[in-house]
Write a protein that binds this ligand. Structure first.
Ligand code: CAA
Length: 298
């Protein structure tokens, strides 16, 4: 089935990034703010992100206007009724996602593909609350969505092959490089990346190296664009902690449990770039190691 109209539920970093990608590829997008209220902030954030690309000379102003023109912002979920594909990108809470999927079944057409951008939760659990299950799947984009080429297409328990193939074609048409993955906690990338970041934190706790030293080693020695602490701060430490807990609850192996330092930073509200402080302190340019972490936290 051709996918021309895309509904996106959730206007956070990922939702807006996915809206950008789809609209840039010529799709009509309905971007739904998941909590009731004004959509001005979401609209301004997308506009600002696109303006930055124009300023860098990578997009002309007319294309930016065309992209903005293809995105309709609303706080009314029913606006996705005519969409061919819906991608939910709301908070990582399984109960909230299940309720949303239940409602979407009542709103959308029978043939609308309903997908989740979850990072580690079970798509099959979302599918389980639906009656027409073959059109439920995962579409997992990576941050920043306009830059990262990968989309993990999650094959949940009863997803039809036809839906997987339609999603695969769609991902390629919007310029992505998809991979099909079975519905297991963390899929491919987060199942590998999460323990990698947790191990870096444990390494810090053991005194193996400094935050900057470990980051430098992984960039200069393994060719990563960011070190593990920069990456954790970029993803958001609350998200990293939640991914860790989801994997831990699945496999019940201590290795996947969030380390003490991660728990403490999240408890203190130091969530990384979005709060200005995490493993680094972003109030300084360039950012410096969070001074709280210069002494043992255990
Ligand atoms: N939107 C659009 N474009 C963006 C952008 C954004 N939010 N952020 C960066 N860019 C573009 C810039 O415009 C620039 O484009 P050009 O080269 O065409 O000018 C390009 O990306 C590079 O950006 P910068 O020069 O500002 O910075 P950089 O070279 O340091 O790259 C980065 C930034 C792309 C984020 C890079 O550091 C990187 O790839 N980091 C790793 C990111 C990563 O691993 N993401 C996955 C996280 S896991 C996840 O997302 C899954 C999950 O479920 C939690």
């Amino acid at each position: 089935m051709a996918i021309n109209n895309v509904g996106i539920i959730g206007c956070g970093t990922m939702g807006l990034g996915i809206a950008h990608v789809c609209a840039q590829a010529g799709r009509q997008v309905v971007a739904v703010k998941a909590t009731p209220g004004s959509t001005d902030k979401a609209q301004a954030t997308l506009d600002k992100g696109l303006a930055r690309i124009v300023d860098r000379g990578k997009m002309d102003a007319a294309e930016k206007d065309a992209i903005m023109g293809r995105v309709t912002f609303t706080d009314n979920e029913s606006a996705v009724a005519d969409c061919d594909l819906v991608i939910e990108s709301i908070i990582e809470d399984i109960a909230t996602k299940k309720e949303l999927f239940r409602r979407l079944e009542g709103i959308c057409r029978e043939d609308t593909m309903l997908t989740s951008n979850t990072s580690t939760l079970s798509v099959t659990a979302m599918m389980a609350v639906c009656n027409k299950r073959d059109r439920i799947a995962g579409l997992h984009f990576f941050n920043p969505a306009p830059v990262m080429k990968l989309v993990e297409i999650i094959h949940a328990f009863e997803t039809s092959e036809k839906v997987i193939q339609d999603l695969n074609t769609f991902c390629k048409e919007i310029g992505k490089d998809p991979v099909i993955v079975q519905d297991t906690t963390g899929f491919i990338v987060n199942r590998l990346l999460t323990p990698y970041m947790l191990n870096a934190i444990r390494m810090l706790e053991r005194g193996t190296g400094t935050i900057e030293g470990i980051d430098h080693a992984m960039m200069a020695g393994a060719g990563h664009p960011m070190g593990p602490f920069q990456l954790a701060d970029y993803i958001g430490l609350d998200v990293v902690e939640a991914m860790s807990m989801n994997i831990f609850m699945d496999v019940r192996h201590e290795h996947h449990a969030p380390p003490h330092t991660l728990n403490r930073l999240v408890q203190l509200g130091y969530l990384g770039r979005k709060t200005g402080k995490g493993f680094y302190d972003y109030s300084q340019r360039p950012p410096v190691q969070n001074p709280l972490l210069s002494r043992p936290v255990v």
